[in-house]
Design a protein around this ligand. Structure first.
Ligand code: SF4
Length: 455
């Protein structure tokens, strides 16, 4: 395979479409269902070390990103990834293969069904159907098996949430920003339903500034989808080739998605009984792990007789198929890594975007600073982290408000309360030492109305 030729700044990257960042080129890998064999994980670690800067990001879409690549190393990297089946046939197919699945797919006894065939079929439809390659690269499909690790907080455009019915397992299909059910379908119909929704989205999104996500649409997609679905049904019936047999209105009556909360650190990290055995969860601090730690994780897991690795959207990796004793041995082996195994680790109370030097827009090393500040933090009543550290005011590392957000600004930090990095700060121009002082004050007295040199 030849070297990826397309290099651009500021787009949604892939393995075949690298992105220029502050620390070199970045490529993103999308393992199907987030499932990695130990061999594939070790190969990724080796690629990161040999061709990049040895740093690997876990993303909120359960993807992995290798950083610090150069144009010289892209060709050999593509060859190695191809050997492991971790690369798509062409950039257009790669860009559209955005499907996130329940991390324990096929292994969770509490799930409504094994979603792996539906995930594989949807990915195949997306990559094989050129008409779908016009979908924006951020457009995300989600398939939740209804099991113990709900994907409730994942920001997907189209959701397939499994439910048990008297007719067997079905998917309740819904769209971002809408509670109503689009339709209910069987597992085998997932690719066709997804394609019809994608067609509806694309047909509504014309114009120079085409919407990138379902929530950006100004017209309702639901009604339009039903028209397209009916047209496809009629065409299928006429040709006698294929019929979905999923009348949207009738079958959706009464069935709605049950909103389920995403698992917390207690449910993810450390050892958990799982079926007849155990699983172990390990989080990457601020979503970043080293090639050495990934290699060690995969190596110990393989020697422990584990089944595979599952990358989650919560920036943690699960090791499945362990016995209780091998789970304990794995935990002991990982104690020398930087991976987070303890759900009360203070680093879990903070989040941070890549910051400097990884991001060219940053003036502050947000992850380094978050690491220094994390020990000061304590739990507060909020969804998500207490502190978010953003390298700049774009705030692309976290879209929802945090109790405290630090925003890099010309070599200092501005401080924002109960809002996002894009909002107005209550204090500005702070050194890291000054931030520490203010953080202590705020954590002592969260109700304090802080106004210190606001711009
Ligand atoms: S918030 Fe700013 S510094 Fe952080 S990753 Fe986004 S652009 Fe870069």
């Amino acid at each position: 395979m030849s070297a990826p030729a397309l290099l651009r700044k500021g787009w949604c990257p892939g393995a075949l479409r690298p992105m220029q960042t502050g620390d070199g080129l970045l490529v993103r890998l999308r393992p199907t269902g987030g499932i990695l064999s130990f061999e594939a994980a070790r190969a990724i670690a080796e690629c990161a070390r040999q061709f990049g800067n040895g740093l690997i990001d876990l993303t909120t879409r359960a993807n992995l990103q290798l950083r610090g690549l150069t144009q010289m190393t892209l060709g050999p990297l593509a060859e190695r990834l191809s050997e492991q089946g971790l690369i798509d046939g062409d950039p257009a197919a790669e860009a559209v293969r955005n499907v996130i699945a329940s991390p324990l797919a096929g292994l969770d006894a509490s799930a409504c069904l094994d979603i792996r065939p539906a995930v594989a079929a949807l990915e195949k439809r997306l990559t094989d159907d050129p008409s779908l390659h016009r979908l924006p690269a951020r457009f995300l499909f989600l398939i939740d098996d209804g099991g113990g690790l709900p994907l409730g907080d994942v920001d997907a455009d189209v959701r397939f949430d499994a439910v048990s019915t008297t007719d067997g397992p079905r998917f309740v299909v819904s769209l971002a920003g809408h509670d109503e059910t689009v339709c209910v379908c069987a597992s085998w119909a997932v690719p066709e339903v997804a394609a019809a929704i994608a067609e509806a989205f694309l047909s509504l999104g014309g114009g120079a500034k085409a919407p990138q996500r379902v929530r950006d649409l100004s017209r309702p997609l639901c009604a339009h989808w039903a028209e397209i679905f009916a047209r496809r049904e009629a065409a299928a019936a006429e040709s006698g080739a294929f019929s979905l047999g999923v009348p949207p209105q009738e079958q959706s009556a009464g069935l709605r998605r049950v909103k389920r909360t995403a698992p917390g650190a207690e449910e993810l990290l450390g050892t958990h009984s799982f079926g007849a055995g155990c699983r172990v969860g390990a989080a990457a601090p601020f979503g970043r792990l080293t090639a050495g730690d990934l290699d060690r994780l995969a190596g110990i897991a393989a020697r422990s007789g584990a089944r595979d690795l599952r990358v989650t959207p919560w920036r943690a990796i699960l090791v499945t198929g362990l016995s209780e004793s091998s789970a304990q041995a794995l935990l002991a082996g990982l104690s020398e890594t930087d991976l987070i195994l303890d759900p009360v680790d203070a680093r879990l109370l903070a989040s941070a975007c890549p910051g400097a030097p990884a991001c060219a827009s940053a003036t502050m090393a947000s992850r380094r600073d978050a690491t220094r500040l994390a020990p000061l933090l304590r739990r507060m009543a909020c969804d998500g982290p207490v502190l978010h550290v953003s390298g700049c005011a774009k705030g692309c590392g976290q879209s929802r408000p945090a109790p405290i957000t630090l925003v890099g600004n010309a070599g200092c930090y501005d401080l924002v309360r109960d809002a996002t990095a894009r909002d107005v700060p209550v204090a500005a121009g702070l050194s890291l030492n000054a931030v520490e002082v203010l953080l202590r004050r705020l954590l002592e007295n969260p109700a304090e109305k802080l106004v210190v040199g606001a711009r």
